[in-house]
Design a protein around this ligand. Structure first.
Ligand code: C5P
Length: 308
């Protein structure tokens, strides 16, 4: 066991799926994915302090009214899983300050879980190391390993089998936030329905599930103009069926000059790719002018990190 501080502060980023190819649904309810995550400069801050039991409070810059404070909360589950695995007898009080929209398709809950793992590991001096933390992260949820990892990475399997992707420079994004979130399982379920209606049946030949080389090349070149036409999300149609306004937002974003755009993850956040910080601010201003909530972020940024 290492040194034990009384309190620690960990910051973990939200993500955009620059590419999200969804394969067939398996018996465990999960779908095979071929995805590319990029961590962006919108953060969850988790403050962990020594306590006898396990308690949680949540506040932040986004609407947190839908966030559970009990064992349904992924950060709470992360802390308990780490304690159980490492044989820790202590508890923790977690305070989460949310900057990533709740149920927005940006992995905010997964970032909380990743941050809680790193925070409790430091608080309790368990020193599990990156490899074992990654294994715990994968047990908590498909996007949690990426929130630990950060940067830009290809995700296979359920999205939890990560390979770092080379990404040069910085990509500027304008995010358009929604008041109402979308349920990830429902969006995946809607995609299954759409595919069933289109006649894709279980014994069809397996769909090819690879990240296109064009995506990887554009990231490696740091070229937003090259990346824009390669942005793709198989969940987009399923999200837009429930939320037709997302289609209008995408059209407006392009009309206002964004190079390209897509629904982030299972939505409803829209991510619009821009050429430079100045370009992103101009697109953001036009979207704000329509009464929408728009933020300018950039990626890639590091994964869950101890900041104090
Ligand atoms: O792992 P996580 O809790 O983030 O996943 C939330 C839900 O998203 C799953 O219960 C499942 O319905 C859907 N999902 C999926 N295939 C994946 C990842 C998530 O169907 N690869």
């Amino acid at each position: 066991m290492g040194q034990r501080p009384d309190a620690v502060h960990v910051r973990a980023p939200g993500k955009i799926n620059v590419y999200l190819g969804v394969g067939p649904r398996h018996d465990d309810g999960y779908h095979s994915l071929a995805t590319v995550f990029q961590a962006v400069s919108l953060y969850e801050d988790v403050y962990a302090s020594a306590a006898a039991g396990f308690t949680l409070e949540v506040d932040g810059e986004v609407d947190v009214s839908g966030v559970p404070l009990d064992d349904r909360n992924l950060a709470m589950r992360a802390a308990k899983l780490l304690a159980q695995t490492a044989g820790v007898d202590a508890g923790v009080h977690l305070r989460i300050r949310k900057g990533v929209p709740v149920a927005g398709g940006m992995g905010g809950g997964s970032a909380d879980a990743a941050a809680a793992l790193v925070a409790c590991d430091a608080l309790w001096g368990t020193e599990l190391g990156a490899h074992r933390l990654h294994a715990l992260a994968a047990r908590l949820g498909a996007d949690v390993p990426f929130a630990l990892h950060g940067g830009t990475a290809v995700g296979a399997g359920r999205g939890d089998e990560l390979t770092p992707a080379l990404a040069r420079g910085r990509f500027d994004w304008v995010l358009v936030l929604s008041e109402q979130g979308l349920s990830t399982p429902e969006v995946y379920g809607r995609l299954d329905q759409l595919r069933a209606q289109e006649g894709a049946v279980a014994d069809d030949p397996p769909m090819s599930l690879d990240v296109p080389l064009a995506v990887l090349h554009a990231l490696r070149a740091g070229d937003a103009r090259e990346l824009a036409p390669a942005l793709l999300n198989d969940l987009e149609a399923a999200a837009v069926i429930d939320r037709p306004d997302l289609g209008a937002t995408l059209i407006d974003g392009i009309r206002f000059g964004a190079l390209g755009g897509l629904v982030s993850g299972s939505g409803p956040t829209i991510a619009l790719l821009c050429e430079s910080p100045e370009h992103a601010r101009a697109v953001q201003d036009q979207l704000l002018g329509t009464g929408r909530r728009a933020l300018h972020v950039h990626g890639p940024v590091p994964g869950a990190r101890l900041v104090g």
